[in-house]
Design a protein around this ligand. Structure first.
Ligand SMILES: NC(=O)c1ccc[n+]([C@@H]2O[C@H](COP(=O)([O-])OP(=O)(O)OC[C@H]3O[C@@H](n4cnc5c(N)ncnc54)[C@H](O)[C@@H]3O)[C@@H](O)[C@H]2O)c1
Ligand SMILES: [Zn+2]
Ligand SMILES: [Zn+2]
Length: 439
């Protein structure tokens, strides 16, 4: 039997790369596997050899000990890979296909999937609607920060890249289709971003940067990105965004200085529950801060897209209410302005095919925008370290890292990709990596 290695959560602040089971077409018992999912047959699934996977801000909530993730959970919900085996019920996906996997696991059969709400599929997670690979409270599907991963309901879930060689040339961009590109895009679409819009994106992490790039793709007139991390704000300025450092004062005042009016048409929360306060409160966590800023700065009648994650259990919260997800939101303000709020996981499948076309036709350079760097699987613990990746991290502005399992180096495609990329990734002290556009 083929071996497998994966990134395993060991408790707050610790992940390790370990030998893990090679997947087969059944969900076996393990950390975080809901008892009702144990022994679940997956004849509709495929096994992927992982070509690229990403460290997500959502993983970091777990790694920082801010969720109830169990020790031993194999992490990773952003998977791009090659089909190496298929179950007997798979009809259209073929061995050898190179595919992107939406991070939402969806059955394609339930009332929500049929309504394109794949983020709240009713049949994959006995705990609650919606699921994802390698994530707390998501039913126990094994994560894909690994060499091999099982993907259920493969005909429904997978997006096949039309041309293998072309896909491998753009794999750093295409790997963003499993989560943050659609997620940032969804934040903008749900906030009503269109031609000529003014947009405030809170957060310059990968999701915020993907939202900013998406707002540009959608035709926004002005995209303003807010954060407290100067390196990340510089990254946003690098592709044409305006920025506000929320630690330097009220974001609304700074937006007014930029636009001449105190309101934007649309706002996107790409921060979530580990938000910091603003101005002289910036050193402290204030979980409702971004939601309150969004209501403050969004025009009456505007909408607020909220891809930023809010949880029902936060053991590390500063107060008792926040420990169960109750926040001091100034809801009356939003109500009085007739705001619309859009929450939840991004339904990736709603957007990934079109965004793939935008990448392959060179309408967007999403890997450059989010400042992705490739690292080998074995370096994942370094890539997830809270000390280098915290929300105020100054040593490294890049949260999203992409890697291929080390064994791909023996295979022509990844070796070529690695050779191709590494000479053009530069790091200078204190500056951002610059990824050349001539690739
Ligand atoms: N809805 C979805 O489907 C989905 C998918 C992926 C990620 N997410 C969530 O999106 C959020 C962002 O992900 P990420 O990977 O970019 O995370 P990240 O932690 O890398 O980035 C968050 C950024 O927010 C900044 N920040 C903190 N307080 C702020 C404030 N008051 N105003 C402005 N910026 C502030 C931090 O400095 C940090 O740079 C996370 O909560 C993640 O879990 C949701
Ligand atoms: Zn993710
Ligand atoms: Zn479903």
């Amino acid at each position: 039997m083929t071996g497998n290695r994966g990134v395993v959560y060991q408790g707050p602040g610790r992940v390790e790369v370990e030998d893990i089971a090679y997947p087969d077409f059944v969900l076996r018992d393990g950390p975080g596997v809901n008892p009702a999912n144990v022994g679940r047959e997956v004849p509709h699934g495929v096994i992927l050899k992982v070509v690229a996977t990403n460290i997500c801000g959502s993983d970091q909530h777990m790694v920082r000990g801010r969720t109830t993730a169990p020790q031993g959970l194999v992490l990773g919900h952003e998977i791009t890979g090659e089909v190496v085996e298929r179950g007997p019920d798979v009809e259209f996906v073929q061995v050898g296909d190179l595919v992107s996997v939406p991070f939402n696991i969806a059955c394609g059969r339930c009332v929500n999937c049929k309504a394109r709400h794949t983020e709240i599929c009713l049949n994959v997670n006995p705990d609650r609607p919606g699921s994802a690979y390698g994530y707390v409270d998501m039913g126990g599907w094994v994560g894909g920060q690994a060499q091999y991963a099982l993907v259920p309901y493969a005909d429904w879930n997978l997006l096949r890249f039309p041309d293998r060689d072309q896909a491998l040339e753009r794999i750093m961009d295409l790997t963003m289709l499993s989560d943050i590109f659609p997620t940032g895009y969804h934040g903008c679409v749900s906030a009503g971003v269109g031609v000529g819009s003014t947009v405030y994106v809170a957060g310059a992490g990968p999701v915020g940067l993907a939202a900013a790039a998406s707002a540009q793709l959608l035709g926004a007139a002005v995209v303003i990105v807010g954060d407290l991390n100067e390196d990340r704000l510089a990254q946003a300025r690098g592709f044409g965004c305006e920025t506000v450092n929320v630690a330097e004062g009220d974001p609304g005042d700074q937006i007014e200085q930029l636009l001449g009016v105190p309101a934007v048409d649309c706002a996107v929360d790409a921060v979530g529950f580990e938000a910091h306060g603003t101005g002289d409160q910036a050193a402290k966590e204030a979980p409702a801060s971004v939601l309150n800023t969004a209501m403050d700065v969004t025009k009456a009648g505007g909408a607020i897209g909220i891809p930023g994650l809010y949880v029902t259990g936060d053991p590390g919260a500063a107060d008792e209410a926040a420990k169960v997800g109750s926040l001091s939101i100034r809801f009356g303000l939003g109500w009085s302005k007739s705001h619309a709020f859009f929450t939840g996981q991004c339904p990736v499948m709603k957007y990934h095919r079109e965004l793939m076309a935008a990448i392959l036709n060179d309408r967007v350079r999403i890997a450059d925008a989010v400042n992705a760097v490739a690292i080998p699987l074995e370096d994942a613990p370094e890539g997830t370290s809270p000390s280098t990746r915290g929300p105020r991290a100054s040593t490294c502005s890049t949260r999203t890292a992409t890697w291929a399992p080390a064994d791909r180096a023996a295979n022509g495609s990844w070796a070529r990709l690695a050779d191709h990329r590494s000479p053009v990734v530069h790091r200078r002290a204190g500056l951002l990596p610059v990824i050349s556009r001539d690739t």
